[in-house]
Design a protein around this ligand. Structure first.
Ligand code: HSE
Length: 280
């Protein structure tokens, strides 16, 4: 039996649409055993497992798969990325091929289409990634001076739906807005420079369009702005990422009170996972 633990991820950090993500200490654990199939052929874990075998022209074994899932699905927390990474890592072990994490990242990016969830899920930490002929990544640790909260609603939003509302043409001013800020985001996270982070976190490429799909975003946005926090959509949504200074208890309390009164949101206080995916 092979057991693999993969962290949740929050992608599209600040202005890093499709390019930046961070691993969180919330996990899905997958167990693969030789034995009868207990899923359909379109299961994403299995498709990723099979992708590996097809890629290397190997004969695929029959496996059963069990999942202990703590990462909420279709909530913008990289649950699909955990399935892709687990499928590839399991195939890597079962086949005895033993490719390294960079090769795993390449395959995972081919399946997912963009690396901003799979890269931090594999390597942990905060990852900026670029897809060219290869996938290039830069990894940073995140300062302990920052607190990370994820607000999770009880409704889902499919990435496919959320991608449909992102315009395909953008204004040059908005492009410059995002590019100039994106180069500073990783530095602000790693040094814990909250004021700089606040100055560089606003996105113009996807958030203005996607927040309309998230009932409750504006309510939390008002609280976060009033109590000196930073708010972004987590991944494609509908979860919300809030960053504040560690000592900002006021904001944490206000968010929890609001989530309780709305009833369909919960607040998770999380930390960055610095390890990434592992065989247990
Ligand atoms: N970067 C992706 C998006 C994350 O925003 O659509 C979700 O897979």
């Amino acid at each position: 039996m092979i057991e693999i633990k993969v962290p949740a991820t929050t992608a599209n950090l600040g202005p890093g649409y499709d390019a930046m993500g961070m691993a969180l200490n919330l996990y899905n654990t997958f167990r693969f055993s030789e034995g009868e199939k207990n899923y359909s052929n379109d299961n994403l874990i299995y498709r990723s497992f099979k992708y590996f075998y097809d890629k290397y022209n190997l004969e695929i074994p029959e496996v059963s798969i069990e999942v202990d899932a703590d990462v909420p699905r279709s909530r913008g927390l990289g649950s699909s990325a955990t399935c892709i990474v687990a499928g590839i890592m399991a195939a890597n072990k079962f086949s005895g091929k033993n490719i390294d994490k960079y090769e795993i990242l390449k395959l995972a990016t081919e399946i997912e289409g963009h690396p901003d969830n799979v890269a931090p899920a594999i390597f942990g930490g905060l990852i900026t990634s670029v897809v060219s002929d290869e996938v290039y990544i830069a990894r940073e640790n995140v300062s302990d001076d920052l607190s990370i909260m994820i607000l999770v609603p009880d409704f889902e939003l499919s990435t496919e739906e959320a991608r449909k509302v992102v315009p395909t043409n953008i204004n040059i001013k908005d492009a410059v807005w995002n590019i100039s800020r994106a180069v500073l985001v990783a530095k602000a996270f790693s040094t814990g420079d909250f004021e700089m982070l606040k100055a560089v976190s606003e996105d113009k490429l996807h958030e203005p369009f996607r927040k309309e799909l998230i009932n409750g975003f504006d309510i939390f946005e008002n609280i976060v702005k009033e109590y000196n926090g930073i708010i972004n959509i987590s991944g494609a949504g509908p979860s919300i990422l809030v960053i504040c200074k560690k000592e900002n208890e006021h904001l944490k309390v206000k968010l929890k009170e609001k989530a309780e009164s709305l009833r369909n949101w919960k607040v998770l206080e999380l930390k960055v996972d610095n390890i990434g995916s592992i065989y247990k």
